[in-house]
Design a protein around this ligand. Structure first.
Ligand code: IVH
Length: 697
């Protein structure tokens, strides 16, 4: 300051004014800290947002502004200080004063009973033990150190005695308090728990990686670990990580409660997230019930768990039990059956579908995963094989969660041997030897044999006989396969001239069942034009398209003769479907089949010619939403369209009625708000019946 400039301190009044301003600003800083911390806690820990996002942003911005203008008010525990540290060149080592232990595993009820017995024997107790039960989160164990309520260090578990200092990254995890909430904190407190990535965040992270052709993370645990091991905390901050605490490390100058569940309650009061599924139970029986219950809901949780952790609840008992090598005697992890297992890809078969699509199928050395033995898994197409870079002889990881179809998740490249063989696409169909073609831009390769191909014939006949098609009761897959293999049928037409004795001679058939089958085939001759069209198996012509074609053409002759322009004028028929229909009818073989079927006596009632306004729902718009139990949504759509209705995807004031199945969401709410008629499935079926449509289950 130059001497000729008047000093602020020359004028005591001015000095006082400035001091009061600063006091006010400091007070404001504290208020902002408290408000932002509380909002953070409500949002990330309680999952119950308190402030609107925009208000949070305003407060945050205000605090940032003050901190920029008055750096002395910028403190390390400020809510603005979660990111912003300079990238590290490496992590420092951290010694754990209280070792971070691991857990012994139990794999079945016997192991659990043994554990409980060992606990009681050591305690020389015949009493039932109280256990605290918690989901075993599949993430990364971390230790958080608080001094006088401030987060001073975050560390990984490492080998249990030495970990890495990952404080910068830990600070970016929104559910970790930088400053403890409430009061009565221990001067030194070490909280331990799991940093994990919720399934949703994991899926979007991988989707983003896929989009830019980057390597995906194998599972949420690896994603969490990878994020915490970033030297640049901005990367960690961009990952949606969460923290849930499950045990106490060091504590000084404070009496902690006597039970594990009460310690968790204290953590929760200080601003930590504890698992809402945690529960105290009595004895091993309570543990096993808890396990069963959570195992059943495992796939519904928003995060991955790989088992349940059971802990003796009474801390004094934990202390009496102590630990062996690296695991406590007072806790155990009861693992769920693995959802991923390794096995060997022994070979690849190629299956031929109804439309000739060739699907590679992995033949695996049988492996028990997710509760079942898996020996096959679809590989979808050659692009998928290329993406996985999988070879015959490779060690592969099979993933099966819940009822999901098992899939080959990835290859363990490190285990590849010299003898691993590249998987080549066939050039000829494995069933009929016709050549295989792959159209530019399509992922699927197809056998060009059409109905010459036994595999396609079998699938085509199964489709023809299926419920929504000609509905031949009792013509199951196994019978179709035998009929084709024994050369008893070559096309749909032959079904209608089957010989009773020949059918009775098939495996698992007899005179009576053969008679029943022939009777069912006879009954199927009476059908509708739409079902007939659907049963022909024209590519991309499903139930709804077949219904639309019936509505438009009313009989088969104009449809067979229709040109491209006419076809694309039909509701829901685009250029691709139109081309498939044209190709189908221009094939002489298909014309013969249609003639043959009609000559065999397949018939349907004449479709009434109705002008637009004779149709009951002409000019009326319907919306279908939710899950219908007795029919698919497409079927419901098809029925409505056959009555002249338009079917739209969204509810508006112009909607005539909403067909709402189970679990209907926002569309139902909107229809209620707009006072639009709502039909549940039962009411919808009655409405169809009133207009002469009997829906058969
Ligand atoms: S207690 C002395 N509780 O499991 C007890 N661990 O194999 C130490 N884990 O490294 C751990 N959820 O990463 C405990 N509710 C839970 C847990 C849990 C996940 C992990 C933790 C630990 C590993 C032990």
């Amino acid at each position: 300051m130059s001497p000729d400039q008047p000093s602020l301190f020359d004028d005591p009044a001015k000095e006082n004014a400035i001091t009061t301003d600063l006091v006010k600003i400091e007070a404001r800083v504290w208020v902002l800290h408290a408000q932002l911390n509380q909002a953070n806690y409500a949002y990330y820990v309680l999952d119950n947002p308190a402030l609107p996002d925009a208000e949070y942003d305003r407060l945050f911005h205000e605090l940032k502004g003050i901190e920029a203008q008055h750096p002395k008010f910028l403190s390390i525990d400020s809510p603005t200080q979660r990111v912003g540290a300079t990238p590290l060149s490496q992590f420092e080592q951290v010694a754990h004063e209280v070792p971070m232990l691991s857990l012994d595993n139990a794999f079945n009820e016997l192991d659990m009973e043994d554990f409980d017995r060992r606990v009681r024997e050591r305690l020389v107790s015949s009493h039932i033990i109280e256990y605290a039960c918690e989901p075993k989160l599949d993430g990364i164990a971390v230790s958080l150190l608080y001094e006088d309520g401030l987060l001073v260090r975050g560390a990984t578990r490492g080998d249990g005695s030495t970990g890495e200092n990952i404080t910068q990254n830990i600070r970016t995890v929104a559910s970790i308090p930088l400053k403890l909430l409430g009061d009565n904190h221990p001067p030194i407190l070490e909280v331990r728990g799991e940093v994990y990535m919720p399934k949703k965040s994991f899926n979007s992270l991988n989707a983003a990686a896929r989009e830019i052709n980057e390597k995906e993370f194998v599972n949420p645990r690896n994603a969490a670990a990878g994020s915490l091991r970033q030297l640049d905390s901005k990367v960690a901050a961009s990952r949606r990580l969460e923290f849930c605490c499950y045990s106490l490390g060091r504590v000084e100058g404070h009496e902690m409660p006597a039970k594990h569940n009460e310690i968790l309650d204290a953590f929760s009061k200080w601003g930590f997230k504890t698992n809402p599924e945690s529960k105290v139970v009595q004895g091993v029986e309570g543990c096993l019930n808890y396990y069963q219950n959570l195992a059943g809901r495992r796939n519904d949780l928003s995060y991955e768990i790989d088992g349940i952790v059971f802990k003796v609840n009474e801390i004094s008992l934990q202390q009496r039990l102590g630990f062996v090598s690296r695991a406590p005697r007072w806790a155990i992890s009861h693992k769920f059956p693995a959802q991923e297992e390794m096995t060997i890809l022994e070979g690849v078969d190629f299956q031929v579908g109804r439309t000739g699509a060739i699907t590679p199928v992995a033949r695996l050395k049988p492996v028990f995963v997710g509760g079942v033995t898996v020996a096959n898994a679809t590989l979808h197409n050659m692009d998928e094989i290329k993406r996985l870079d999988v070879r015959i002889g490779d060690t592969v990881v099979i993933h099966r969660a819940g009822d999901v179809i098992p899939k080959l998740a990835r290859v363990i490249i490190e285990k590849r041997t010299e003898s691993a063989r590249v998987i080549e696409m066939l050039t000829r169909c494995p069933v009929c030897d016709s050549h295989i073609e792959r159209i530019e831009g399509e992922a699927i390769a197809r056998c060009s044999g059409g109905l010459v191909c036994g595999a396609q014939r079998k699938e085509a006949i199964k489709h023809f006989a299926s419920r929504k098609a000609m509905d031949v009761d009792g013509l199951g897959d196994k019978i179709v396969e035998q009929l084709v293999d024994e050369d008893l049928i070559n096309s749909f037409v032959d079904l209608y001239s089957l010989d009773l004795d020949a059918v009775a001679n098939l495996d698992r058939m007899a005179q009576k069942s053969a008679q029943n089958l022939l009777q069912a085939i006879e009954v199927s001759k009476k059908t509708t034009l739409a079902k007939f069209l659907y049963s022909l198996g024209i590519r991309e012509v499903g139930v709804t398209t077949a219904q639309n074609l019936q509505n438009h053409f009313l009989s088969i002759i104009p449809l067979v003769k229709a040109d491209f322009e006419t076809l694309i004028s039909v509701q829901d028929v685009g250029p691709i479907v139109a081309q498939h229909i044209l190709n189908f009818f221009s094939e002489p073989h298909n014309q013969e089949v249609i003639d043959g079927l009609l000559n065999a006596g397949v018939h349907w009632p004449k479709v009434e010619v109705k002008s637009e306004d004779q149709l009951p729902f002409a000019n009326k718009t319907f919306v279908v939403t939710g899950t219908l139990n007795l029919m698919g949504r497409d079927e419901a759509k098809g029925y409505l369209q056959s009555l002249g209705a338009k079917v739209s995807g969204s509810v508006s004031a112009k909607t005539h009625a909403l067909v709402a199945g189970e679990k209907a969401g926002s569309k139902l709410k909107k229809a209620q708000d707009l006072d639009i008629e709502i039909l549940d499935e039962e009411a919808f079926i009655s409405l169809l019946a009133e207009h002469g449509i009997e829906h058969e289950q």
